[in-house]
Design a binder for this molecule. Structure first.
Ligand SMILES: Nc1nc2c(ncn2[C@@H]2O[C@H](COP(=O)(O)OP(=O)(O)O)[C@@H](O)[C@H]2O)c(=O)[nH]1
Ligand SMILES: [Mg+2]
Length: 303
């Protein structure tokens, strides 16, 4: 799967990548240097190879992509990013995107488009200016990608959960049947009286209901290492596609369970041993659904 991030220099492309995929804090992005030409980063997600192309936004590079448009080949998802802190540059962005659209049309490429009105925050920026820039930008860009399947969002690196969810949807969107399963799991998690994290084997979070355990889409490293170690045991000792692990203190009523399904999906559950029968039933329902989810992931890989 190929995701292409495009936008003028300084609109926030590399920051979005760094906070969502590379565990960077929003504050650390202020020292990023401008991207030269384009950079490709590879990320496994649910066992799928994902390439994220960050197209440097300086003028000279922009012209070179339009002149040598093969760099857009095989783009599954195009993410045009517009800077809500830079009203002066809206027209320049419009001009750039117009060129990109004509290149895509010429090449008969039909990526899904996730349009981001980015820096939608008042971090060192007055609210009135933000509101007026957003209003102006919507008039210019909302209709621009109308010939594509387009999803529009406002984003900020200071609102990371929302960015995570958008990219999670983009990534899961490459598997036809999965989106509804993810949404179902997300609502199931809300009513279960236990802390639950659903991630892939490399620690990319799919859904969770625990505060403070992720940096962007990545799970905190202690949990990630735990999943990794259990996965090694599943593979080398059990030689089974799926396995579960259970831990509890000798004294105390806490309990941890890890379920691995089809060597791709990990479900970590932290709960009290005195949990209600009702919650236990909900957990087992959730586990059933997630085991199915893993089957769908694996069967789409095989197609
Ligand atoms: N306020 C605010 N600043 C941001 C946001 N995203 C990125 N920035 C800042 O914008 C500047 C340029 O970001 P960068 O990612 O290098 O832009 P790029 O040229 O598109 O890759 C950096 O100083 C970032 O800290 C955001 O959501 N809100
Ligand atoms: Mg950059």
């Amino acid at each position: 799967m190929k995701i292409s991030l495009i936008g003028l220099g300084g609109c926030g492309k590399t920051s979005i990548y760094a906070t969502t995929f590379a565990m960077k804090s929003p504050e650390s992005t202020s020292s990023l240097s401008p991207t030269i030409m384009y950079e490709v980063r590879r990320h496994p997600y649910l066992g799928l190879e994902v390439s994220i192309f960050d197209f440097g936004g300086q003028e000279g590079y922009r012209d070179s992509y339009v002149e040598k448009p093969d760099v857009f080949n095989e783009t599954d998802v195009l993410v045009p990013i517009i800077d809500m802190h830079d009203p002066e540059k809206l027209d320049e962005a419009k001009e750039y995107f117009t060129k990109v659209i004509s290149v895509l049309k010429k090449k008969a490429l039909k990526p899904k488009v996730y349009l981001l009105y980015h820096k939608f925050d008042t971090h060192d920026y007055p609210k009135e200016m933000l509101d007026s820039t957003y209003k102006k930008a919507k008039e210019i860009f909302d209709d621009m990608f109308k010939d594509f399947e387009v999803v529009v969002n406002t984003t900020s690196i200071y609102e990371q959960e929302k960015l995570n969810r958008i990219f999670r949807d983009i990534l899961v969107g490459s598997y036809d049947a999965l989106k509804s399963h993810v949404e179902k799991a997300e609502s199931q998690l809300k009513d279960i009286d236990a802390k639950i994290i659903v991630a892939d084997i490399s620690g990319n979070v799919v859904v969770h209901n625990v505060e403070g355990v992720t940096a962007g889409l990545q799970l905190r490293s202690d949990f990630r290492e735990f999943i990794h170690s259990c996965n090694m045991i599943r593979e080398n000792l059990f030689m089974a596609e799926s396995a579960s692990f259970n831990g509890k203190p000798i004294d105390g009523d806490r309990e941890v369970e890890l379920h691995i399904y089809k060597y791709v999906l990990a479900v970590l559950i932290m709960k009290s041993r005195k949990i209600s029968v009702e919650s236990e039933e909900k957990i087992s329902q959730l586990l059933n659904d997630l085991s199915l989810f893993a089957d769908i992931v694996i069967s789409s890989h095989n197609q």
